[in-house]
Design a protein around this ligand. Structure first.
Ligand SMILES: [Zn+2]
Length: 91
């Protein structure tokens, strides 16, 4: 058996397994954020208000504070339905 070909296949398989795990992690992370965001509502019934952006080494996340109980959540994206970012088009 030729050593080069026997080493190549496992390397490719490992590569795809790693890519798959990264994709799974990103998907899970997004689902996790969506659960935290909960359509803009805290579990107490208050609304998330944008607080600040936090820069990490490879990404930026956003801190939102509940306007009722003061809970904080940190998510990786600004949801589309952010009520603190109302666009006033009629003016
Ligand atoms: Zn709350």
């Amino acid at each position: 058996m030729n050593e080069e070909s026997s080493g190549f296949i496992p390397a490719v398989v490992t590569f795809f397994i790693i890519i798959g795990l990264i994709a799974l992690f990103l998907f899970w992370n997004h689902e996790h954020d969506a659960n935290l965001w909960n359509d803009g509502r805290c579990s107490c019934g208050g609304y998330w208000q944008y607080d600040q952006a936090v820069g990490h080494k490879y990404s930026t996340s956003y801190i939102f504070r509940c306007d009722k109980c003061g809970s904080l959540i940190e998510i990786d994206y600004i949801p589309e339905s952010t009520n603190t970012m109302e666009v006033e088009e009629n003016g």
